[in-house]
Design a protein. Structure first.
Length: 408
């Protein structure tokens, strides 16, 4: 029997152009939406289902943690006092900020036997409605609104008021769950006398567990975006983060990988004061907010040419040739680290650091890489570089910005 010659040393894999010769079959996936692969957090209470549905229709994975709940004032002394102030002297301008709040005010006045007098007083004033629901409540009370902003924002209402001479005018402002110090102070600085009408208040939800879980996810950067529809929701999330010792981590996440998206500048106020920039639509509506998010999140990623394929690393999933592939958090973290430096070798110690949990070793890195290869169905995408580490099989584009070859 002939003896086989000495075995040749096995070399590390080389990238090969073109489609894979033999790869595991990837299950067919539905067409990816603009938010496929991204996780978006919803903090809204009253319109949670509507917002979640709009996001899911665009492919997002939604996690919900209502940050606030609406409760009537346990002691309506303040509301009664504000109502009497409106009746004592004429009101020149009245601002209805929410439908539920305006209705609550009228109903409370009815209960005190002051309903007709209040409606008469408001009917003689210039009535401004912040949005369509407030306008509907005004008209349901038999009154007529004089103006309402297209943006449905308190900011535009304030700008509308400040465009005139307010010296000596009395302005009644129905609050929507919290004081509006910037709004009120601006009116008073312009010479108006402001009557603040508190109808209800915001407080923490009865079940805070979902909000706590959401805070943990934000701190760990396990969501890609957090949506806010009211300033109290922002304040509530930060309050819970502070109670859990995670305020700094949450703020760092919101300044970095986690995109805060606010329905308008008033909602964004608490973040703005902390120096946290946020995404805001030009119109303060849920649909506009979702469209902005659907444009902004994909713009934060880039498609990479890898092993003859196109790879885009998103939040909890990747798009491989346009099809979504979900990976566990550990492999996803390793793949993201490789994609941040496409074509460059990352040593095992560097990859150990991106794996969550204590005690990650080289075996954990190897298992994560194996799961990436199995999950993507193409073992060529992540290459092993013997005695050095791993890299993406990046195909630099000719004359493209993705090329990492140094010029000589």
């Amino acid at each position: 029997m002939a003896h086989a010659g000495p075995r040749r040393a096995r070399r590390g894999p080389r990238p090969r152009p073109g489609p894979p010769v033999s790869v595991a079959e990837v299950p067919a996936a539905p067409a990816a939406g603009p938010l496929t692969g991204f996780t978006v957090a919803v903090t809204a209470a009253r319109r949670r289902d509507e917002l979640a549905s709009l996001l899911e229709r665009r492919g997002a994975r939604v996690v919900s943690g209502p940050a606030i709940r609406l409760v009537p004032l346990a002691d309506d002394t303040e509301l009664h006092r504000a109502t009497l102030r409106c009746l004592e002297e004429p009101v020149d301008v009245a601002v209805a900020t929410t439908g539920i709040g305006f209705r609550g005010w009228v109903e409370a006045a009815d209960g005190w036997g002051l309903g007709e007098r209040l409606l008469e007083r408001l009917g003689a004033a210039e009535l401004l409605a912040r949005g369509p629901k407030a306008r509907g409540a005004i008209r349901a009370a038999g009154l007529r609104d004089a103006w309402s902003p297209d943006s449905e924002s308190s900011t535009e209402v304030l700008e509308h008021l400040l465009a005139r001479d307010l010296e000596g005018l009395r302005v009644a402002v129905q609050l929507h769950g919290e004081p509006l110090p910037d709004f009120v102070e601006a009116l008073e600085a312009a010479g108006a006398t402001v009557v603040q009408v508190p109808v209800y208040r915001w407080t923490l939800p009865e079940d805070v567990a979902p909000l706590r879980r959401l805070v943990d996810l934000v701190a760990a950067q396990q969501v890609d975006c957090v949506t806010f529809t009211s300033a109290p929701a922002v304040a509530s999330l930060l309050r819970v983060a502070d109670e859990r010792g995670q305020r700094d981590a949450v703020l760092a996440a919101l300044r970095g990988r986690v995109l805060p998206a606010c329905v308008g500048p008033v909602t964004a106020g608490p973040l703005t004061r902390l120096g946290v920039p946020s995404l805001q639509p030009t119109r303060s509506r849920l649909g506009s907010l979702v469209r902005e998010v659907a444009d902004a999140l994909p713009a934060r990623t880039r498609a990479l040419p890898v092993a003859g394929r196109e790879l885009e690393v998103r939040g909890h999933a990747v798009l491989l040739d346009g099809a979504a592939v979900c990976l566990p958090p550990g492999p996803m973290a390793v793949l993201r680290a490789l994609a941040e430096q496409p074509g460059r070798v990352l040593a095992r110690p560097a990859l150990r650091r991106v794996l969550t949990g204590d005690g990650a070793d080289d075996h954990a890195v190897e298992m994560a890489v194996a799961r990436i290869r199995t999950g993507l169905g193409d073992p060529r995408i992540v290459q092993t570089v013997v005695k050095r580490g791993y890299r993406l099989a990046h195909d630099p584009r000719p004359h493209g910005e993705d090329c990492h070859e140094e010029e000589t």
